[in-house]
Structure formats: C-alpha cells, structure tokens
Design a protein around this ligand. Structure first.
Ligand code: COA
Ligand code: ZN
Length: 312
C-alpha cells in the first residue's frame, strides 16, 4: 500500500465558470445560483463561481455580478472569480469574490485568441491587478496551454517554469497549470509538476486538466504522485475554452471523487450528493454530459439480484 494516498486531495469545483462558459443554452442567473449553492453543500472548500470578463467574449457568464450577489456563502468555502484585466478585478471585488484567478497562456497565439493581447500586455495588466487587489483578496494566476497549445503545439517547459516564477515575483501566491485542450500526458505532468514544486509549495499549486483525449484522471494521478494536491474539476465533466479549437470538458468532479474514494484518498466531498447534483445538469444545459459515474452509480450502489439468478 502506498501511504502517500492518505494525503488529502483538494478539489476546486469549476463547473460554474469553466463549465458554463462554453454552453450555448443560456442558464438563468437563479439556476446558476442554485447550482453553486448545491455545490457549496457537497463539501468543497473552493468553488470557481464565475468570471468577470468581457460580456462580448463570454456572453454565458455576463451575469457574474448578480450570481456572486445571490449565492449563499458557506463558511469555509472560498469563492473564486476568474478575471482577465483590471476592469474584471474591480467588478470581482465589488461582487465580494474571495480570490481572483488571473489567466494568461504560455502560448502567445492562444493568449491572443483568448485575451486579444500579447503575453506581455497580460502581465502588465496583472501588475495593475496586484496593486489594486493584493491587500484585499488572495490571488491566483493560471498558465493556460501549459502542456500544449492547439495552435502552436509543444510548449517549452522552461517557459512555463519562468512564467510561474514571474507570477510569484509579482506577488501572486496561487499558481495553476492548465491543460486547456487536454494535450498533457502523465510522464510530462510528473516532470513539470516536480519542477514547479521546486519553486511553489504544494499548498499553492493547482492542476487544471481537461479530458479532451481521455487522459484526465491519469494525469491527476501522475501529478498527485509527483506531490501536487490541488485539482480543478467540473461537475458532469462540463467545460472548455471557446477560444481554443477542439476544446472539451474538464475532468469530471464526480469521476475524480469516485476514484479518490475507491483509492482511499480523502477529499472531504460527499459523492452521493455530488452525483444527485450532476444528474440535474442535462436539464440545465440541454444535453447529455460526459461524466461517467453519475450514469453508472458508485461501486457500492448495488443492484437487486435478478429472479433467475436467485432461482438457480
Ligand atoms: N468586464 C466587463 N467588460 C469588460 C471587461 C471586463 N473584465 N474587460 C473589458 N470589457 C469591455 C470594455 O469595457 C469594452 O466595452 P465597450 O465595447 O462597451 O466599450 C469591451 O469590453 C472591449 O474592451 P477592451 O479592453 O478593448 O477588450 P478587448 O476587446 O481587447 O478584449 C478581454 C480583451 C480580455 C477583455 C477579452 O478578450 C476577454 O474578456 N477575454 C476573456 C475570455 C475568457 O474568459 N476565456 C475563457 C476563460 S480563460
Ligand atoms: Zn479549463
């Protein structure tokens, strides 16, 4: 038995942000609030509850102010807001977000597609956000396309490490390495996580995987084995970046929690409640979702033995 598997794995739920940002069908503000309140009751300590970006870029989340205003704040839960610039940070502070998540891509091309600016301009804006917000809330910054870019392909690991150092030198404590379009593999993940953990304590590092090519949970285990302890995941496996061709869902929260439960890795999350909440998603978004455990049930959800078997 591997005793390392006793160390808690922290799941940050991102369905209200990464999950809903790509959905075509408008989700009413009240339904977003109900989803976040439902998630708050499942045992998460961190929920990315929305973004404060240009409403033209992401119309699906244009009601972030009202969503943050309407949610029930559960004690011990950090409600995170994704922001791209100072305007977003001002809106997020006004809406009482507990933490701001700044995003820039390692790839210049994806940053231009997603944020309509160079990496240098993004970083300059982050400096302004740090000056505005660092005394008020905690800050996290994401390196998007850290494991590969749909436009540029391979991403130099030295570049990712150097962006992480720049973020930390700017005074941004939390770091997320994001595999925006599911290009990472477990060996690459183990290597990059080990390198980044030389500079960043595990408590400050989050891994953000998409399951675009089916490697999501394998990448989680590789990162966990390399010492990472915090992971983003989305209920039902919703999610994706609308400005990355071929993007699809995040790793699925209930699939991740089920894996942890079966392996004995503590998460503090109530899987049964999570599955019940996930089963409400198809009605909310208007289509089936990719998560598997909500369809299959838990291992312990046993079926009645068929009559013909009892009769044998
Ligand atoms: N919140 C609300 N509105 C914002 C905003 C914010 N954070 N940032 C900019 N805007 C508005 C401006 O006020 C302006 O409005 P107007 O046209 O009514 O005058 C408009 O958006 C354009 O502003 P500008 O600063 O020129 O932005 P841009 O068009 O160069 O786009 C971003 C830059 C960063 C604002 C935009 O690309 C963006 O929001 N990207 C985020 C994409 C995203 O969320 N991706 C998925 C998550 S990683
Ligand atoms: Zn994502």
């Amino acid at each position: 038995m591997n005793h390392a598997y006793k160390e808690p794995l922290i799941v940050q739920e991102v369905a209200p942000r990464d999950g809903l940002q790509i959905e075509k069908q408008w989700v009413e503000t009240a339904d977003k609030i109900a989803l976040i309140d439902g998630l708050s009751a499942c045992g998460f300590t961190r929920i990315e509850a929305g973004s404060f970006v240009s409403p033209k870029a992401i119309p699906a989340l244009r009601d972030g102010d009202a969503v943050f205003g309407g949610i029930r704040r559960e004690a011990g839960v950090i409600y995170v807001a994704l922001v791209p610039n100072v305007k977003g940070a001002e809106r997020a502070l006004a809406a009482r977000a507990d933490e701001l998540n700044l995003v820039m891509s390692a790839s210049q091309t994806h940053n231009r597609a997603n944020m309509r600016m160079s990496c240098e301009s993004s970083l300059a804006g982050f400096g302004d956000v740090v000056r505005l917000a660092s005394a008020k809330v905690s800050l996290n910054a994401t390196v998007a396309t850290a494991f590969g870019c749909p436009f540029e392909g391979r991403i130099d690991e030295d570049r990712v490490v150097s962006i992480v150092r720049t973020y930390r030198e700017m005074g941004i404590t939390g770091i997320t390495l994001a595999d925006t379009t599911g290009m990472a593999n477990p060996r690459q993940v183990a290597r990059l996580v080990a390198r980044v953990l030389e500079d960043v304590p595990a408590a400050d590092l989050t891994l953000h995987f998409h399951n675009t090519r089916g490697l999501g949970l394998a990448n989680v285990l590789a990162a966990y084995d390399a010492g990472a302890r915090r992971f983003d995941a989305a209920l039902g496996g919703l999610g994706g970046c609308p400005f990355a061709p071929g993007a699809s869902g995040n790793i699925c929260t209930e699939d991740l929690v089920n894996m942890c439960d079966e392996m004995g890795i503590p998460t503090g999350i109530d899987l049964q409640k999570l599955i019940a909440l996930s089963r409400t998603l198809p009605a909310l978004v208007g289509h089936e979702v990719s998560g598997q455990v909500a369809k299959a049930g838990r291992n312990c959800d046993l079926h009645p033995v068929p009559e013909y078997v009892l009769a044998l």
